[in-house]
Ligand binder design. Structure first.
Ligand SMILES: *[C@@H]1O[C@H](CO)[C@@H](O)[C@H](O)[C@H]1NC(C)=O
Ligand SMILES: *[C@@H]1O[C@H](CO)[C@@H](O)[C@H](O)[C@H]1NC(C)=O
Length: 496
C-alpha cells in the first residue's frame, strides 16, 4: 500500500530524468560537437570587388575602368570617339604613374644592374648563371621515428629565445601521409677529417631541442575528382614559416581545400607551438589563431601551390600573390580570416619575365631596405620585396631541376616587379650537394628565405645576413647564409 505512491514518485523521477537526458542530448550534444569543429569562414560572403588603387584616378575622373580597359585593348584604328581618346590619354597617365610612381630611386637600385666579379664578395658570372661564393652547409633535423627530413623552412627567433632558429622540415617516407617536424636550432661546429687527413670544423645548423611532430588541425577537401585517394589522407605539406610585418610567426602550408582538392592555409605558429607565446613580444594581434584558408577568386585550380605574401609598406595591409608567369600575375588583398578580394593586377601591367617556361614562386618574400643598416631610413623609395622563383625543367624523364632566380617587387601595392635575375643563382659547392641524393633529379629546392638574426623588426638591410633554406632533392636539408647584398646581382630592370 505504502509502496504505490513511492513507486509513482520513482516513476516520475525516472521519467523526468529520461526526458531531461533527451532534451540535453538534443540541445547540448550537437552544440558541443559544433564547437569542436573548426569554424571556417564562408567564401560567399567576401568577394565584393575592390577597386585596385590605380583605377581610383580613373574613377575620380568619371571614367568607367571596365570601359577604359576595353578601349585600351581595341586597336587604334577602331577608336574614334572623343570619349575613347580621353580614356586612352588617361589610361596612359595611369599606366605611367603605375610604373613610375614611388619607384625605388636609381641611387638605391643601381647595384642591381651590376654583374660584379672579382671584387669581394666574389661571384663568378657564367653565361647562364651566377655562382655566389658562399658555401651550402647541412641542416640536421631528425628524430628517432623520422631519421630523414627535407625541405626545411627556417626563421630566426627573437633575442629572448634560448636558441637562434626555428626549423620546420617535412618528414620523408610517409607515402601520401605527410608530417613535419619542428625544433629550435643553433649552429654546431663538428670536427671532421678532410680528404687530406686534417681535422677541420664543419659548421652546420642542428636541432637544440627535441624535434617533434608539428600538428595542425585537419580540414576537409571539397572535390578531389581524379585524385580521390588524396581527399582524406591526413597531413599538411609544403610548410613555410615566416614573420608577418607586425611580427607574428606564421606558417603557410598546403592541405585539403574547402574550395577544391588542395589549397593554401595559414596559421599563427603560437597556436600550435605554444612556447613561442612567451617570447614573441611583437605581433600580439593574432590574426590566424586557427587554420584559415587563403581564398582565390579567379583561376583557382583543384590543387593550388606556392603563394606568397606581401605587406604594403604604407598601409600595412596584407596581400597574397598567387602566381607569376610570363605575361601574367595574380594578386589580391587579404580582407580577414584568409579571405581575399578579386584579382588586383592591372591589365596594363607589363611582364618582366620574358621566357615562356614553368615558373613557380619558390619562397616567401622578405623586405629589404636598399642600404646598409644606419645609412638610410626605410621608405617606399628604398625598400623592396625579395623572393626566389623557380624555373622548373625536366632535362631527363622523371628527373627534374629547379633553377632559382631572384625577383624584386615594390614595397607598396600594387607590388609591381622592379627587377628580375638575368641569370639563375648557384652557390659555391652546389655541385657537390647535387650529387648527394640524386634520386628524382639533381636539385636543391629553394624553400624559404629569412633574416639570419631577429632584431624584432620586419625589414632588414643590405649588410645583414639572410639564410636561404634548401631541400636537397627531397631527401635532405641544407642552408646557405650571406649578406642580402650578395643576392642582388646581375638583374634586369622591369622598367619599360
Ligand atoms: C589577373 O589580372 C591580370 C591583369 O588583368 C591578368 O593578366 C591575369 O591573367 C589575371 N589572373 C587571373 C587568374 O585572373
Ligand atoms: C612569353 O614567352 C614567349 C616565348 O618565349 C614569348 O614569345 C612571349 O613574348 C612572352 N610573353 C611576354 C608577355 O613576354
Amino acid at each position: 500500500m505504502a509502496g504505490s505512491p513511492q513507486r509513482r514518485a520513482q516513476f516520475i523521477i525516472v521519467a523526468a530524468l529520461l526526458y531531461s537526458l533527451y532534451v540535453l542530448s538534443r540541445l547540448v550534444l550537437p552544440k558541443r560537437l559544433e564547437t569542436k569543429q573548426l569554424t571556417l569562414p564562408d567564401i560567399g560572403r567576401h568577394t565584393k570587388f575592390q577597386l585596385p588603387p590605380y583605377f581610383q584616378s580613373l574613377e575620380d575622373a568619371g571614367i568607367d575602368p571596365a570601359e577604359a580597359i576595353a578601349i585600351l585593348e581595341t586597336p587604334e584604328s577602331e577608336q574614334g570617339s572623343r570619349q575613347s581618346k580621353r580614356i586612352k590619354k588617361f589610361g596612359k597617365q595611369v599606366s605611367r604613374s603605375l610604373l613610375y610612381s614611388r619607384h625605388p630611386e636609381e641611387k638605391y637600385i643601381e647595384i642591381l644592374w651590376r654583374c660584379r666579379t672579382g671584387e669581394p664578395p666574389a661571384a663568378e658570372v657564367f653565361d647562364s648563371f651566377v655562382s655566389l661564393k658562399h658555401k651550402i652547409f647541412e641542416v640536421r633535423v631528425a628524430s628517432e621515428r623520422y631519421p630523414m627530413t627535407y625541405n626545411p623552412s627556417i626563421i630566426a627567433l627573437p633575442p629572448s629565445s634560448h636558441y637562434p632558429f626555428l626549423i620546420v622540415a617535412r618528414v620523408r617516407g610517409g607515402g601520401f601521409f605527410q608530417e613535419s617536424l619542428i625544433c629550435e636550432g643553433k649552429y654546431i661546429d663538428e670536427p671532421f677529417i678532410n680528404p687530406w687527413g686534417f681535422e677541420v670544423m664543419n659548421r652546420l645548423i642542428g636541432c637544440a631541442t627535441n624535434p617533434r611532430v608539428l600538428v595542425v588541425p585537419q580540414t576537409p577537401a571539397r572535390d578531389c575528382t581524379g585524385i580521390d585517394y588524396m581527399s582524406d589522407v591526413p597531413g599538411y605539406h609544403d610548410p613555410r614559416v615566416f614573420w608577418s610585418n607586425t611580427g607574428a610567426p606564421l606558417m603557410m602550408f598546403n592541405q585539403q581545400s574547402r574550395y577544391g582538392c588542395f589549397g593554401l592555409w595559414i596559421i599563427d605558429l603560437r597556436s600550435v607551438y605554444p612556447s613561442l607565446r612567451y617570447r614573441v613580444t611583437r605581433g600580439l594581434l593574432n590574426q590566424y589563431p586557427t587554420v584559415m584558408e587563403l581564398t582565390r577568386t579567379e583561376g583557382r585550380q583543384p590543387i593550388e601551390k606556392n603563394y606568397l605574401m606581401f605587406y604594403d609598406a604604407e598601409t600595412g595591409s596584407g596581400y597574397v600573390q598567387y602566381e607569376l608567369r610570363n605575361g601574367s600575375r595574380h594578386f589580391s588583398r587579404l580582407v580577414g580570416n584568409g579571405l581575399t578580394t578579386s584579382n588586383m593586377t592591372s591589365p596594363l601591367e607589363k611582364t618582366c619575365i620574358h621566357e615562356d617556361a614553368i615558373w613557380h614562386q619558390a619562397t616567401n618574400a622578405i623586405k629589404i631596405v636598399l642600404c646598409d643598416y644606419g645609412q638610410c631610413e626605410p621608405e617606399p623609395e628604398n625598400t623592396v620585396y625579395l623572393a626566389f622563383l623557380h624555373r622548373k625543367e625536366t632535362p631527363e624523364t622523371f628527373k627534374v631541376q629547379y633553377k632559382r632566380y631572384v625577383a624584386l617587387w615594390k614595397a607598396t601595392a600594387p607590388f609591381e616587379m622592379i627587377a628580375f635575375g638575368s641569370k639563375h643563382i648557384r652557390f659555391d659547392n652546389e655541385d657537390e650537394w647535387e650529387q648527394k641524393f640524386n634520386v628524382e633529379g639533381k636539385f636543391l629546392y629553394t624553400v624559404s628565405v629569412a633574416w639570419e638574426t631577429n632584431m624584432n623588426r620586419y625589414e632588414g638591410y643590405l649588410n645583414e645576413n639572410v639564410i636561404v633554406s634548401l631541400g636537397v632533392g627531397d631527401h635532405g636539408n641544407a642552408a646557405v647564409v650571406m649578406p642580402a647584398r650578395d643576392l642582388l646581382i646581375c638583374m634586369d630592370s622591369c622598367r619599360v
